[in-house]
Write a protein of this length. Structure first.
Length: 156
């Protein structure tokens, strides 16, 4: 199996613009980009629900994409040119953001069929700016406590 979008030549800034347009379509406000160096590392935005602004953070992990690309080249699933720098990092960025765009588009399309609302769909990415963590990250840090609560409820 090849990596989705591995051949994309669409620049990151164009993909980010497409992601922002999708988010706007589904009610996002206050969209901004976080950077590490000169590279976009995440998108942060909020959705309003019941009069409250709920922040969300969609991170990007180019390093993870680079590793997957390296492995795919080593397994001869991708051409050798994907192994060399700076192409590997640049392509990793393009691929990562294209996959994120496709994911957001697919997930938020569930709104159109009234399957779920945007907050429900994006809940793992709900963001606590004080802790600088997403709901998923906080859950993973405290999953033993959450699971212990579940065990207590089952034993009662």
């Amino acid at each position: 199996m090849t990596i989705r979008n591995y051949t994309t030549q669409i620049p990151v800034d164009k993909t980010i613009m497409e992601i922002e347009n999708i988010l706007l379509k589904f009610g996002a406000n206050g969209i901004y980009k976080e950077y590490v160096g000169s590279k976009i590392s995440s998108l942060v935005f909020y959705l309003e629900r019941d009069g409250q602004k709920i922040p969300f953070k969609i991170p990007s992990s180019v390093e993870k994409s680079r590793k997957v690309i390296m492995k795919a080249v080593e397994e001869k699933k991708l051409p050798r040119k994907f192994y060399d720098e700076p192409f590997r990092t640049e392509q990793g960025e393009r691929v990562t953001w294209r996959i994120i765009k496709d994911w957001i588009d697919s997930q938020l399309s569930l709104l159109e069929i009234h399957f779920a609302d945007a907050v429900e769909i994006l809940l793992p990415y709900a963001y606590n700016p004080v802790e600088n963590k997403t709901m998923y990250q906080m859950f993973m840090e405290h999953k033993k406590e959450y699971l212990a609560l579940e065990d207590k409820q089952e034993n009662n």
